[in-house]
Design a protein around this ligand. Structure first.
Ligand code: KET
Length: 463
């Protein structure tokens, strides 16, 4: 270390110790800042540090009392998988698409968009506005609400670019906690594990509504209607736009219509989580129908969109929050308040992922290419459903496994219990969430037999 920097360190140590001493005793322990006679030499620093209960300068950590936190229920599965040296291990935990070769996929259209961005010398790395990339926001609203949506044409939608689906949900929740009169949000039982944490931390009070019926492995529509029917007027209701996670069970269009009528009649506020648009049916418009139904009636709603899955942009963290309002002037004020939520949280969102999405969405050819690649991903997942179902039937595995082909989207909610899951991980190195959810997108033709063997063994030996 050079002399200048040694001096710098000494000066800053002196300053910190002075501050600490003031903080501890309030009395004036003045240090000479003369560099020739460092205060450390003349005073024992422990003399005044010792009374502080968190003192950790000399040995112990000020964080010594921090408890070890458990791993995340979903992302922790990948942590455990990564530690397993077994060559036959399979990760069906996190909902991330893999190719037939078991590899992560960067869509060709995404590669092309990135190449175009890199080759464009006019592109700079300036901050985006607090609300994100304007083009991206407009195109995202069009994608979920439809190009001909009256809400868009009437400028009634406030859209802000956020950090993927999670960030969009969090910003929406923070906004509601500050500006909406009813603090209770109803989430389906079960739901994506992060929902409860996001909404609670934002200051909302979380309650559940019945959604899944383990007996039928389908929708508990009656329970859903009863629970929303007895929710307090004005309560917020979290709805999965399509491909419900973790159950893979969606209401039919007819049931959606009944949910809409019930919610509107009670003034319940819909908050859509759209993390899988295009992944359920392979068609972007079809997967947005539930949301569009609610927007078509002229009422208000919130929508959190993610491009993690449908464009394979997981790590780019690109998504959008749209709030559909009654009128354009409300939308303007809502946007102004969203900026006050975002600015102290992360200031403004990242530019790269949103630029990729905007490049693709605004070019007719690239958009078409995207839909083809998206459909191929959705089709491969559906084909995995059939392969797994056939493989279990061929093994004569006890039970009715038809839910594997009936469920929608990225996941199958197998019905396997915690012990069976633990057994499959221990004996077969198959990693999945403990609620029995498997990511069908992580499977391929080579791993289906291994998974079927594991399920067969778990069901016959562990029930
Ligand atoms: N909503 C739902 C319903 C959802 O399943 C996810 C992610 C998200 C939002 C957030 O995704 P983002 O990457 O923030 O756009 N689910 C998968 C990954 C995860 O848990 O983070 C999963 O369930 O495996």
């Amino acid at each position: 270390m050079g002399e200048a920097s040694t001096r710098g360190v000494r000066l800053s140590t002196e300053r910190r110790l002075s501050t600490l001493a003031r903080h501890l005793g309030g009395h004036s322990l003045s240090f000479s800042s003369s560099l020739g006679s460092p205060p450390m030499a003349s005073r024992d620093p422990n003399e005044f540090i010792a009374p502080c209960p968190t003192a950790g300068f000399y040995g112990g950590s000020v964080f010594a009392n921090v408890a070890q936190a458990p791993e995340d229920a979903i992302l922790g599965v990948t942590v455990a998988y990564n530690k397993d040296p077994s060559p036959i291990k399979v990760n069906l935990g996190v909902g991330a698409y893999r190719t037939e070769e078991g590899k992560p996929l960067v869509l060709n259209v995404v590669r092309r968009a990135e190449q175009m961005l890199v080759n464009d010398p006019s592109r700079v790395k300036e901050y985006l506005p607090i609300t994100g990339l304007a083009d991206f926001n407009k195109l995202s609203a069009k994608l979920i609400f439809g190009a001909d949506s009256p809400a868009i044409q009437e400028n009634r939608v406030a859209t802000v670019q956020c950090l993927s689906g999670t960030g969009s949900l969090r910003v929406g929740a923070e906004f509601l906690a500050r500006h909406y009169h009813e603090r209770t949000i109803y989430i389906p039982l079960p739901t994506w594990g992060n929902h409860t944490k996001i909404f609670t931390l934002a200051g909302l009070s979380v309650k559940t509504y019945r959604y899944y019926d383990p007996a039928t492995r389908g929708l508990n529509f009656q329970g859903l209607v009863e629970d929303l029917g007895s929710a307090p007027s004005g309560a917020i209701v979290l709805l999965h736009a399509c491909a419900h996670n973790p159950t893979g069970v969606d209401p039919t269009p007819d049931q959606w219509e009944q949910i809409r009528q019930l919610m509107r009649s009670k003034g319940l506020l819909p908050f859509f989580d759209s993390a899988y648009q295009g992944f359920a049916s392979g068609n972007l418009d079809a997967d947005a129908q539930s949301v569009r139904m609610f927007v078509a009636d002229g009422g208000e709603c919130l929508t959190a969109q993610s491009y993690a899955k449908n464009m394979g942009l997981y790590g780019e963290r690109v998504g959008a929050l749209s709030i559909v309002c009654r009128s354009a002037d409300v939308a303007v004020r809502v946007e102004s308040q969203l900026k006050l939520v975002i600015r102290p949280m992360y200031s403004n969102p990242p530019i790269h992922g949103a630029s990729i999405v905007a490049t693709i969405l605004k070019d007719r050819e690239m958009y078409k290419d995207w839909t083809i690649e998206l459909k191929a991903m959705a089709d491969r997942i559906i084909s995995m459903r059939h392969q797994l179902f056939d493989a279990l039937r061929a093994r004569g595995t006890p039970g009715d496994w038809s839910h594997i082909i009936k469920q929608i989207g990225m996941f199958t909610f197998t019905g396997l219990n915690k012990e069976q899951v633990a057994f499959m991980t221990r004996e077969y190195h198959i990693y999945m969430t403990s609620d029995g959810r498997i990511s069908m997108a992580g499977l391929n033709s080579k791993t289906v037999p291994h998974l079927s063997d594991a399920i067969h063994a778990a069901v016959t030996r562990m029930n």
